[in-house]
Structure formats: C-alpha cells, structure tokens
Design a binder for this molecule. Structure first.
Ligand SMILES: Nc1nc2c(ncn2[C@@H]2O[C@H](COP(=O)(O)OP(=O)(O)OP(=O)(O)O)[C@@H](O)[C@H]2O)c(=O)[nH]1
Length: 425
C-alpha cells in the first residue's frame, strides 16, 4: 500500500544535569566546587534518503526520540552529549508542525535539517562560586529537548506529470519509456499510487516522470481518488496530457481533454498553467480521421501534439525527446519556504510579562525582569542567533514598548542585571 501522509512525534534529548561536587584530596580541607556540566541532548535531524519513496515506515514507528545528555560529575567532568537521531525520509517530504500546520522543512535536497533541538546541559556547581558564596550547593538542571508532533506529507519530485482519464494508457506509456514497471490492467483505477519512472534520454540525461492516476470528473472536488493524488503533480514542471484518441471507451477525446483541464484548473491554477504537451494515444486503434480531428483541435489551442501508441511504442521516442527539450527551458521545481516560528518556552510563560523599569538619577534605565536572569547568563553577544533571540525576548515581553513609552532615546543606557547596553532599540 502506498502511504503518503504520516503523523509522528519527535523528541530531542534533554540536557544532562550539572553536578554538585566538591574537590576532595588528602590534607586539603575545604576543596572548592568541582561539579561538571551536563551534556547536551541529541537533536532530531531529518535527512533525505534517495532509496525511500514512501512514508510507509512511519506508520509502524511513530516516536522518534534522540538520546539525552549525561549528567555532569565531580572533578569537573562534563557529561557526554546525547547522540543525534537521524530520521530518513524520501525526497520531497514536506514536514509541518502538526499543531499550527506551518511548514518546518521541505526536504527537496540532501541537506540535513535539525527539527528538534536537544536541550542544553545544566551548569555544574563549579560555575557558581563567588567571593560571598564559596560553597555553592546547587547546580543547574538540564533543559528539556524540544518535542513536536509533525505531519509528514510526501510530494513526489517529478519533472513531468502524466494526466488523463483512467485507462487512456498512462501506465503503459510510463512502462515503455522508463524503468518503472507499473501494474497494467484494463479496469479503472488500476494505478492506485503515483508511479515514478526515470526516463533515460542520453547517456547521462534523465528526467523523472510521474503517472498521476485516477483523474475523473469531479476529482478536484474529491470524487474518485483524484484529489489525494493531484497533490503529487504540483511540483511538476511540465504536464503530458494523455488522451485516448481512439475513443475506445466510447468517450470523445476533445471532451476528455477539456474535462481533465477543468479539473486541473479547479484544483490549482498554478498547476493548470504549467506547460502541456498533448499525447494522442492508442493511435494504432484510431482512424486517421479521428486523429486528424483531434490534432487540429489541439493545434488550435497552440499546444504541441504527438501521435503515439504506447502499446506498439510508435511515436514514444519523439515524445520523450520533445519533453526533454522543453524541460531545458523550464525553471526548477518550486521550493516551499519554511514558515514555522518555534514557540519559545520563556516567551510563553506568564512570568515573562512581569518586569519593572526605573530611570535612575544617572539617566540609566534599570530593568528588573526575573525571567531575563537565565537568558542573560546564556546570551553570547558575539553570536548573531543568540543576540537575535535576546532582542526577540526584549520585544515580545513588552520591555521595549515600555522603554519607548518612558521616552528612551537611541543612545540611552539600559541596565539588565548589571550588564549595560546602549542602542537597545
Ligand atoms: N491498443 C492500444 N491499447 C493501449 C495502448 N495504451 C494502453 N493500452 C491499453 O489500455 C488499457 C489501459 O492502459 P493503462 O496504461 O492501464 O491506463 P492508465 O491510463 O494508466 O489507467 P489508470 O491507471 O486506470 O489511470 C490497457 O489494457 C492497455 O493495454 C495503445 O497505445 N494502444
């Protein structure tokens, strides 16, 4: 069975806890704190595997959990980091946050994508000794790893989609021009899953053709199997419209052609506007008159026309060559940009709204915001991402708004836990 949607849970590893430990040695009385840091939790990373072409495995295994970081220990020993978990998916898999539906990744190349970030390890007590606190009996716990429910959806990355009514010969055509061997039978909906075929043109030139099965009248409104399968063509750069020109199922080729285009149009205007080549199939069974009538109709539409017989392979080479030539002028497959913004635990918590700001007699704005304390410890002003996060917290917590309300100027100084900033706006 072909499965092209799946819902799974991913959880990155949590950070290990920092250790509370004190240096012990003969003849040394009060050793200093030497508790090591916890290790970082492993990430959940997605990567394309070109040997996969369905999401079927995700039906049986639904939870993907990366390793936790180990706890720190004495003698300043840091815990080991958890291993990343690599999840293999077929090329073209779209990954969405199941809750918001937003796109987190479009797996249309071989770049690995981190989808759930492992938690940071907690700091050991070695970091917390100060002149007034020489025996820190605490350490920081590790941060939990990110966890998401994800919807996976497989969109085949095919260059060319074959569309047409059932039984017009799409499966037969793909089987004679490519390495794919779909099952062929003379009943409707033979092809229950889109079949990909790799078509060899020259020594090194190939393109991918997808058989888009089950288009019938009303497909775009959900009749038959059409709607589900139509999703597979929306990445195709070119459409080959296959028509049974012999009318062997007592249908009219021109009507067929118009109905299918209507369904495409209803489903997605972008799809309907993709360039089309028209393949008049079953020419071996058709009369010259039937072929000529359809040919003149197609040419009036300004579309390239090919007479073929998938059964005898007549004309199929010419069609393949024309498809290849046309593909050379068409831009690459559209890529979906991720739209997902990760929810932030700090920003979601209620305490984030609790802060006070006072303007000192020295003109400095003193911000007291308990939730910022941990952030201030981890923010690295030289790291762009970390700085951006810092700014996001200031903005979304309302601190910036409040400062503006108080009439802060560009070069005024802001104090956060003893760290002073200018140009915070
Ligand atoms: N005479 C003749 N028969 C053909 C030709 N191409 C396909 N057929 C026959 O038409 C029938 C349907 O062909 P398929 O290739 O299964 O049709 P399809 O469009 O893929 O059908 P679905 O998978 O149901 O969408 C089969 O019996 C084929 O043998 C052709 O060029 N000439």
């Amino acid at each position: 069975m072909f499965i092209d949607r799946a819902k799974i849970l991913v959880k990155a590893g949590s950070g290990g806890n920092g250790a509370v430990s004190f240096h012990r040695e003969k003849y040394v009385n009060a050793g200093g704190p030497d508790g090591g840091d916890g290790g970082k939790g492993g990430n959940v990373v997605f990567q394309v595997d070109k040997h996969l072409n369905t999401l079927i495995d995700f039906r049986y295994k639904k939870k993907y959990v990366a390793e936790d970081g180990q706890n720190g220990s004495g003698k300043r020993c840091s815990g080991k980091s958890g291993k990343d978990l690599i999840v293999k998916v077929p090329l073209g898999t779209i990954i969405r946050d199941a809750e918001s539906g937003e796109i987190m990744a479009d797996m249309s190349d071989y770049e690995p994508v981190v989808l759930a970030l492992g938690g940071k390890g907690g700091a050991g007590n070695q970091h917390f000794a100060t002149s007034t606190r020489q025996i820190p009996r605490f350490a920081k716990p590790g941060v939990p790893g990110e966890m998401y429910w994800l919807n996976l959806e497989l969109k085949l990355i095919a260059d060319v989609g074959l569309v047409g009514f059932p039984n017009v010969g799409k499966s037969t055509l793909i089987s004679v021009v490519s390495a794919a061997k779909p099952k062929i039978a003379n009943y409707h909906f033979t092809t229950l899953a889109p079949v990909l075929g790799v078509v060899q043109v020259g020594m090194d030139d190939t393109f991918v053709m997808a058989d888009i099965p089950g288009l019938v009248e009303g497909a775009s409104e959900g009749v038959g199997l059409g709607h589900d399968f139509l999703r597979h063509v929306d990445r195709c750069r070119l459409i080959v419209h296959v028509v049974d020109v012999s009318g062997s199922e007592s249908r009219d080729p021109i009507e067929d052609f118009e109905k299918i285009n209507y369904e495409l149009q209803n489903f997605d205007e972008g799809l309907a506007s993709r360039p089309q080549l028209v393949a008049a199939n079953k020419c071996d069974m058709a009369s010259e008159e039937q072929i000529a009538t359809f040919e003149s109709y197609v040419k009036k539409q300004g579309l390239p026309f090919f007479r073929i017989s998938a059964a005898t392979t007549e004309g199929t080479r010419e069609l393949v060559n024309a498809v290849w030539a046309k593909l050379q002028d068409l831009p690459p497959v559209k890529i979906y940009e991720p739209t997902f913004v990760k929810p932030d635990p700090v920003l979601q918590s209620e305490s984030t709204r609790q802060f006070t700001i006072e303007k000192g007699s020295d003109g400095v704005y003193y911000v007291d915001a308990p939730f910022m304390e941990q952030i201030m410890q981890s923010v690295n002003m030289d790291d762009y991402e970390s700085l951006q996060y810092f700014q996001r917290v200031l903005r979304e917590s309302g601190i910036i708004d409040k400062l503006e309300e108080m009439g802060i100027q560009q070069d005024d100084t802001v104090d956060l836990f003893g760290f002073q900033f200018n140009y915070i706006l």
